[in-house]
Design a protein around this ligand. Sequence first.
Ligand code: 3PG
Length: 332
Amino acid sequence: MATIVPYTFEKKEDSAVYFTSFVKGMKVLIATEKPFAAAAVDGIVEILESAGHTVARLEKYKEKSELLDAVADIDALIVRSDKVTADVIAAAPNLKIVVRAGAGYDNVDCAAAKARDIVVMNTPGQNSNAVAELALAMMIFMSRNCFTPGTGGEIKGKTLAIHAYGNVGRLVGQKGKALGMNVIAYDPFVADDSVFEADGVEKITTIEELYRRADFLSLHIPATPQTKGSIGYDLITSMPKGATLVNTARKEVIDEAGLCKALAERDDIKYVSDVAPDCCADLCNCAGKRYFATPKKMGAETAEANINAGLAAARQIVDFFATGNRRFQVNK
Ligand code: 3PG
């Protein structure tokens, strides 16, 4: 049983909280409706327990009430895409830090956490390779008629257009180039042109041009109030004949009515998505093999990604309690 060592806070002028003594004996909950690989769980537990913390696990839970009960006495929380809503935060009076083991943190109510001075972090880059490999696999799968009989196409020589050139987008570009694709990318948040130049990727300055030139459009934008529903009919139908829209980002960034209309009108366009859109049945009807979605989000479902992201989350929690390190905080 870990010893509970009380810790002290020192409030600075900007109201940020700094820990001034080494803290052990925190209770950390791993809450994963979609569990990590066993090796990742073992590693997480070892890191946390070696630092003097205790670990609880809630896996494959079905009801939100199970999560609400499990957070009652925890100090720290590790999740994947699990929804950490305001009521979950309210049910955890001792909570000090939430780490989303992964990139996208749209599942965490960052404002509700901030209101209680709870730090929210992600683990950027740790599962990017797994997602990038899935994006390329989806391109080939769609080019080969979902692996059913019939003449397909090759991705070599095709234009791969990357929407958002962050950790995953860059890896998709590298892999696409290795497979002989012509890679172009658009990301208004990457101001430094040398990032594109270093990768031998053509920087595109308007979203319209990106879609107009895309044989394969790989989406890597986060789900934010600005991006939700932002990819719709006009962009999709501006893609060239036979183009494929590949979504390993979030289903919410698609305007589904526009997507359905586009695929119904254009019988050459394909859509492949890591997790089904709400309009799945409509797309099955109108697009047949031009549409495919994974039954459950599987971009980061590799042992390697689970180990990378899970262990990073555990180390960030240990460091936060030991030194106050907030390097990966996303709710400043
Ligand atoms: C992410 O944002 O990191 C990915 O979507 C992975 O999500 P998951 O941990 O639920 O698989």
